[in-house]
Write a protein that binds this ligand. Structure first.
Ligand code: AMP
Ligand code: ZN
Length: 111
């Protein structure tokens, strides 16, 4: 198994875990881009968000529900959720993950 996030799910690589249930794990991003920067990761290994939607709409829904729950637990009054898809969009880990960002003003449009 060569997937970094599958290794975190399996407990083989440590992470600052914020939440997990049968479908989802959430942990702090190792290189945070905002005061709150968590990754919400389906336990099912799929490459990107579109694959997740195709293979498990329930897991996709669980990812967003976990993000909203975590944002509320962090006291965020607003937050951004991002799925990067493809290297040209900045995807570097090819196991689908939703970025949850908040705790500072977030510019729009993003870079
Ligand atoms: P992306 O570039 O959208 O594929 O996002 C991958 C994210 O994973 C980046 O924001 C990285 O900082 C983060 N990351 C990489 N390795 C780890 C790790 N071991 N633990 C937590 N986050 C990580
Ligand atoms: Zn994986």
């Amino acid at each position: 198994m060569s997937c970094l996030f599958c290794k975190i799910i399996a407990g083989e690589i440590p992470a600052e875990i914020k939440f997990q249930d049968e479908q989802v794990i959430a942990f702090a991003d190792i290189n945070p881009q905002a005061p709150v920067h968590f990754l919400i990761v389906p336990k099912l290994h799929v490459e990107n968000a579109a694959e997740l939607a195709a293979q498990s709409p329930a897991a996709l829904s669980a990812v967003f529900a976990a993000a909203d729950q975590l944002a509320k637990a962090e006291g965020l009054t607003g937050y951004r959720t991002v799925f990067n898809t493809g290297a040209d969009a900045g995807q570097s880990v090819f196991h689908a993950h939703l970025h949850l960002l908040g705790g500072r003003g977030l510019a729009w449009p993003p870079g």
